[in-house]
Design a protein around this ligand. Structure first.
Ligand SMILES: [Fe+2]
Ligand SMILES: [Fe+2]
Length: 235
């Protein structure tokens, strides 16, 4: 079952054929190589990174939704302020598919921490995505959006407005999330002398807000609250 928010985003793709292809792939993001079929964590529970950003359960869906929001704001700016033309279908499809194969490269350990799968020893999520998009006959313009999403650190820089928007939105969201997680971890360490592992971005924002409103005492109180919540979830 596809996450309802992910499905709602895919439904915004106007081109019928592209929409159908994107939904088919989202519903079954497996990868076959050497006669072996790889399927990783489900999109709903997967993180979208292992250390820098969205590195907690559900991080993948959060990253896609937030990147889509940011990309939509960029599209609006290009169209309304700069009077530029954007193919929004390509932007939405690009955002939805850019990290689709990350969950395939992650596995969960017994203690809830993450590792990488055997497939990840040989291929990264970007190469897997390109291979699969080509195999499934996706349009070249969309393949470019996905292959350029790492910007100057990827195999090709963005050469179209749609690719640039996806790259910038992806970068913005991963930085936003990563910086907030880092800041919250720092505040927790300073206020309590402890590490709080597995912090989600919602908890991180809560911690940062408590520092702004109630200072260090507020941070310590929020950490206690988060710990209690986590303990009650385990029962
Ligand atoms: Fe990526
Ligand atoms: Fe991403």
């Amino acid at each position: 079952m596809l996450h309802p928010k992910i499905r709602a985003l895919a439904e915004k793709i106007r081109d019928k054929d592209l929409r159908k292809k994107v939904i088919e792939l989202l519903e079954n993001p497996v990868f076959e190589v050497d006669g072996k079929v790889y399927s990783g964590l489900s999109l709903d529970v997967s993180p979208a990174g292992l250390s820098h950003h969205h590195c907690y359960p559900g991080g993948y869906v959060e990253h896609i939704i937030s990147t889509a929001n940011l990309a939509s704001a960029l599209c609006k700016s290009v169209e309304k302020v700069y009077r530029g033309k954007v193919n929004r279908d390509l932007v939405i499809a690009g955002v939805l598919l850019h990290d689709l194969f990350k969950p395939l490269t992650y596995s969960v350990n017994q203690n809830g921490s993450y590792s990488t799968t055997g497939l990840a020893d040989y291929m990264d999520h970007l190469s897997i995505a390109i291979a699969e998009l080509v195999r499934r006959g996706f349009p070249l313009e969309l393949i470019h959006v996905v292959s350029a999403h790492h910007g100057e650190y990827g195999p090709i820089r963005p050469h179209t407005i749609e690719a640039l928007i996806c790259h910038l939105a992806d970068l913005m969201d991963s930085r936003l999330n990563g910086e907030v997680l880092n800041a919250a971890s720092y505040l927790v360490r300073k206020a309590t002398g402890e590490e709080l592992s597995g912090l989600t971005s919602k908890e991180a924002f809560e911690i940062i807000h408590s520092k702004a409103v109630e200072g260090w005492e507020g941070v310590a109180k929020t950490v206690e609250k988060i710990k209690k919540r986590k303990a009650s979830r385990k029962i």
